[in-house]
Ligand binder design. Structure first.
Ligand code: WT7
Length: 620
């Protein structure tokens, strides 16, 4: 990238830059430009009137409970709540006494509205094959699996099931089937190792594992079933492993059940029972500052209210949208903005099972054109990787179906923001830079694309009803442009309900640093226009390619190797991944392996212990 500043003039498009001319070094804005929403976008947006929005925002800051009560209308309830919020720090209960069903909200109610034939999922395989699943077909598969889980495996509300699947429609079937019968699901990212599965399944005491024989990535098979089988004897709570056989693998294990066989004689109907709003919909394990991942607990009612309201207003969802969130369902982004937030609005979603650059660097753009994607939601790491690959890979594609772009997972540098805006969005599509966490359940800080002027690198303002602040060491609000800690000062419906079986860690991690405030673990500052600029983690958590890793977790993995005496892991700036891991390792004196071989051996060891996440490491 040339570093010589050039004057860039944005003309003839629907965006009005704050100042018409600004200086930037190619894509990197240096003078803090702001991009106002275009009139055309605002005219069509759910929230498109700035004055009305300002008023609504102020009201929602003063009375978040009233705002969320109103937002709860996006959800179909089987019975109404008696109290909107009961708050006994650090535990919140929202919509107390109300009942609902998450799968009903994502399926049944759409069928009742005559949307059964609408496409729910457009799935694209890495080899270019694709399938379409209608809402009706998704409903039927979910009912069949729900029936099988209840009648063949004896699962009931309150049990936990693990899902270890590739990014295919059946993974969503699995999530919704659990939700339908009140079984708390625990999705384990398909890149995790056998050890990671074992820890999560044992902590959650999952009774069933839903998996597939293989996934496909970079033209290779990912042996999911083999990985599960390698630790099956160490997971005593598991009674059945349901296997979707994609390539006809013979099932030999005593706990194995064939997915298709199981569904074959099940009814395509199932009565969705009401569950308490506070019933735990899912657990999702995420890294913290110790060696052991924490099981974040999410509710049903409050979670659905949070994800459906943010999906509708932040992505300005319309009935004809085709929404592609590139996250895997193994992460919170996949839970909230692939599955629950989107299916709750009967949106057509796109799923891609494969690597972003496979088999060529234009793969993303090809998929967008093929499926006429209108909203793309992806991570800065991916954006930077495409930027690096060169513009020639995009220029072959129209990208004319796109109308809105989103970014998530890590701070986006202004240079990548400008590239995304100009090359992908053709200076036509607003960008929503969305800040949130596994714990927050839904997006908490983001532009509303019809009313908030965006600035490259800023997630802009807290969402309606979110009381966010930046405080100093003493917990006092920081002045403009003063760096501090990002905190949330009022409960919100989709906040975590705790750490599974670990109330002390819950209290300690989020509620002890600043009494009365939820501590996010992020550093930030606010500019004089009230815009939030998130800097990233201030704890021992490293954000690699938009995914969270605790340094302690990797250190524990390293010291578990017989050749290692001591290990320390730190983050290092990386031009593509945001941060990369660097491990400093002291080998045991008696070890005889050559340094190079040891480095490779330790990299493999970390992959075996945790999974394919940490990526290549350098060491010294
Ligand atoms: C951490 C949460 C929920 C998204 C997927 C990651 C960082 C997330 C942004 C953003 C700056 C961001 C924070 C946060 N982060 N989005 N738009 N700008 N930083 O979820 O694994 O729970 O990680 O990701 O540091 O604390 P996660």
């Amino acid at each position: 990238m040339g570093s010589l500043p050039v004057v860039l003039r944005i003309i003839g498009n629907s965006w009005k830059p704050f100042k018409e001319t600004y200086v930037c070094n190619r894509y990197g804005a240096l003078r803090n430009p702001a991009f106002e929403p275009s009139r055309a976008f605002a005219a069509e947006a759910h929230i498109g009137n700035k004055l009305e929005y300002d008023l609504l925002w102020k009201q929602a800051q003063q009375d978040p409970i009233a705002f969320w009560e109103d937002a709860a209308r996006n959800i179909t309830w089987f019975s109404k709540w008696k109290k909107t919020l009961v708050w006994k720090e650090p535990y919140a209960q929202w919509f107390v006494g109300a009942t609902t069903n998450a799968a009903y909200n994502c399926l049944d109610r759409h069928l009742k509205q005559g949307l059964g034939k609408k496409t729910a999922i457009l799935w694209e395989g890495e080899d270019g094959s694709s399938t379409e699943t209608s809402y009706e077909s998704l409903f039927e598969q979910v009912c069949q699996l729900a029936n099988a889980l209840e009648h063949k495996m004896g699962l009931k509300a309150g049990d936990t099931a693990a899902i270890y699947m590739p990014l295919i429609p059946e993974a969503i079937v699995a999530m919704l089937a659990c939700a339908r019968i009140g079984v708390t699901h625990s999705v384990i990212f398909a890149g995790f190792s056998g050890n990671a599965i074992k820890d999560r399944v044992n902590d959650a005491e999952s009774k069933v594992i839903l998996t597939a024989d293989v996934g496909y990535r970079r033209g290779q098979e990912v042996e999911l079933l083999k990985t599960v089988d390698s630790v099956i004897d160490q997971m005593p709570s598991v009674s059945h492993v349901v296997v979707l056989r994609r390539k006809g693998t013979t099932l030999l294990g005593p706990k194995h059940l064939d997915w298709k066989d199981l569904l074959k004689d099940q009814s395509k109907n199932h009565f969705a029972q009401p569950f308490d709003a506070e019933h735990p919909l899912f657990l999702l394990y995420t890294s913290g500052t110790t060696g052991k991942p924490k099981g974040i607990v999410h509710s049903t009612g409050g979670y659905l209210v949070g994800v459906s309201a943010t999906a509708k207003w932040i992505f300005d969802l319309k009935p004809n949208d085709r929404f592609w969130c590139t996250a895997d369902i193994g992460w919170i982004t996949g839970h909230s903005y692939v599955v629950y937030g989107l299916l709750a609005h009967a949106t057509t979603i796109v799923l891609y099972e494969g690597a972003p650059m496979h088999p060529h660097p234009g793969r993303f753009w090809e998929i967008i054109d093929k499926h006429r994607v209108s909203i793309l939601y992806t991570a800065p790491t991916a954006i930077r990787a495409f930027m690096r690959a060169g513009n020639e890979h995009l220029q072959k594609y129209q990208l004319s179906s796109l109308r809105l772009l989103g970014s998530v997972g890590e701070p986006i540098n202004p240079e990548a923001w400008m590239w995304y805006h100009q090359e992908v969005g053709k200076s036509r599509c607003p960008i929503v830079d969305t800040w949130w966490q596994t714990e927050t359940g839904c997006i908490l800080i983001s532009p509303l694309p019809g009313v908030i002027a965006t600035k490259p690198g800023s997630a802009t303002k807290p969402f309606l009803g979110i009381v966010a602040d930046i405080v100093n060491e003493q917990g006092e609000s920081c002045a403009s442009n003063e760096g501090g800690y990002l905190v949330i000062k009022h409960p919100w419906p989709s906040m975590l309900r705790g750490i599974f079986k670990n109330p002390e860690r819950y209290q300690e991690s989020y509620w002890s640093r600043f009494p009365g405030m939820y501590f996010t673990g992020d550093g930030a500052h606010r500019d004089d226009k009230g815009y939030f600029w998130i800097k990233g983690r201030v704890d021992d958590v490293i954000n690699v390619s938009g995914h969270r890793l605790g340094t302690m977790e990797v250190e524990s993995a390293l010291v578990s190797h017989p050749a290692v005496a001591e290990a320390a892991v730190v983050g290092k700036q990386d031009p593509v991944k945001g941060q990369a891991l660097v491990a400093f390792v002291t080998p045991k004196l008696e070890q005889k392996i050559a340094v190079k071989a040891l480095i490779q051996e330790l990299k493999d060891h970390v992959v075996r212990e945790i999974g394919r996440l940490p990526g290549p490491m350098r060491s010294s």
